[in-house]
Write a protein that binds this ligand. Structure first.
Ligand code: PMP
Length: 435
């Protein structure tokens, strides 16, 4: 039998990279790690020629489809006519800033970055610079990138919902300094008591609360409006900066992101993923008064980076944001998401499986329970093993997704052309074979 290309590529990759991958989250096991040879629209082709309809979309950035011609041509023009990077200002910086402001009314001033991690780092530092305080609070189940302080989480795997004590807080892995833990508090989504306690305890030391109101890293479980409003009010009353992390939701769930769906606005916001349709670009920004601390003036907050606002990324952002602002792309995405939700609903109902859909159609959380969990601790009670088995079956049949119900299904404009009848058929087969 000839060896699959996947096996050969993985064997070779192991010689050169830890676990044989370029970054941790791509390692799915020696035989399961996926090597992709090309991507177009909503379709991936792996190194052995197998095709997948992709609902993972590179962890969420692909909003229009892979290799979108409108974006790629803008990038090619930029490279050929203006180059990739000069380390100086260009008019494009201001043009993209204006586009973001036009779509997101809570942004007065912003700065650029290359990844969600960097945008979060910039926003948190700005909040600390503005308030003169060090502590931060985050919501259980969220993910905010790879800065040390963000690398703490609730040990939910070893916690049962009947436990008297809350889950232990543990690092995501080795190498995270213990003293960064000291600066971080955790709150539970939609738990008012947890909010009140936080502000009672940390009134004068809390620089910021950082959250994804629709948790893109916990199955799109969403904050209820009144809880988010109470958080907003407490931040205002206590001089704490509210940072909304729209790295996953921004320019995806609506033109103005999650905040426009709630009508509740942050002091600072982070964006990345969908703003560049797969090119590495990010931004953080917010109220003028807060952003005024950023700069090289005495006492200013440091922000910079060689590749910041590089022209490949900014030209991609300009083209992507232009399409999102001025076409029906997000409406198409929403409609495709609703259609997928409806067909999966039929499949689960026919199989007699309790299910609940969370989040907006562009970022669909699927939970095998009678209702959407209210927060990350409740997610623990949901039948995630069934989801995992279902997801692996779908992958086998050519539907790509993350085999973990914490990662929502991402929809892109190119999904409007997929064969929904095929998907319904495949999902029916997949669920039957794992029951
Ligand atoms: N914030 C959120 C909400 C995220 O989902 C992620 C990544 N999934 C990040 C920040 C970090 O972004 P990046 O991977 O671009 O560094």
């Amino acid at each position: 039998m000839t060896l699959k290309n996947q096996v050969k590529l993985m064997q070779e990759a192991h010689l050169h990279m830890p676990q044989g991958v370029a970054e941790n989250y791509r390692y799915w096991g020696d035989e399961q790690t996926v090597f992709i040879s090309s991507a177009k629209g909503a379709q991936l082709t792996d190194c052995d020629g197998k095709k997948y309809i992709d609902f993972r979309l590179g962890y969420g950035p692909i909003i229009l489809g892979f290799r979108d011609d409108r974006v790629d041509q803008a990038v090619i023009r930029q490279i050929q006519e203006g180059g990739t990077l000069s380390g100086f200002s260009t008019s494009l910086d201001t043009e993209v800033a204006k586009q973001i402001k036009a779509m997101c009314p809570q942004i007065d001033k912003l700065r650029f970055a290359n990844s969600g991690t960097e945008a979060v780092m910039g926003a948190v530092r700005t909040a600390r610079g503005f308030t003169g305080r060090d502590r931060i609070a985050i919501v259980e189940g969220s993910f905010h990138g790879l800065v040390d302080e963000m690398m703490w989480k609730s040990d939910i795997e070893n916690w049962n919902s009947g436990d008297l004590l809350p889950p232990k807080i543990i690092p995501f892995g080795a190498g995270i300094p213990e003293n960064t833990r000291e600066l971080v508090d955790f709150i539970e989504l939609n738990n008012f008591e947890s909010l009140e306690q936080l502000f009672m305890m940390r009134k004068d030391s809390l620089a910021c609360v950082l959250l994804e109101p629709i948790i893109g890293n916990a199955g799109s479980i969403a904050a209820c409006n009144c809880w988010l409003q109470r958080l907003r009010d407490l931040c205002t009353e206590n001089g704490t900066i509210l940072i909304i992390d729209e790295v996953k939701t921004g320019f995806r769930v609506a033109k103005g992101g999650a905040q426009s769906l709630y009508g509740i606005y942050a002091d600072l916001t982070t964006y990345a993923k969908a703003m560049g349709n797969g090119y590495p670009v990010a931004a953080f920004g917010g109220r003028s008064e807060v952003m005024a601390v950023v700069g090289s003036h005495a006492g200013g907050v440091v922000h910079g980076g060689t590749y910041t606002a590089n022209l490949v990324s900014l030209s991609a952002a300009y083209a992507t944001l232009d399409i999102l602002a001025n076409t029906n792309a997000l409406k198409t995405v929403d409609e495709a998401g609703l259609q997928i939700q409806a067909l999966l609903g039929r499949v689960f109902t026919a199989a007699g499986i309790e299910h609940a859909f969370a989040g907006p159609p562009a970022m669909l959380g699927i939970h095998f329970s009678s209702e959407v969990p209210n927060n990350y601790r409740q997610w623990r009670k949901v039948n995630n093993n069934l989801y995992k088995n279902f997801a692996w079956k779908l992958i086998e049949y050519g539907v790509m997704l993350e085999p973990d119900s914490r990662e929502p299904w991402f929809i892109c404009e190119a999904h409007s052309q997929i064969d929904f009848a095929w998907l319904e058929d495949v999902a029916t087969k997949a669920i039957k074979s794992v029951l």
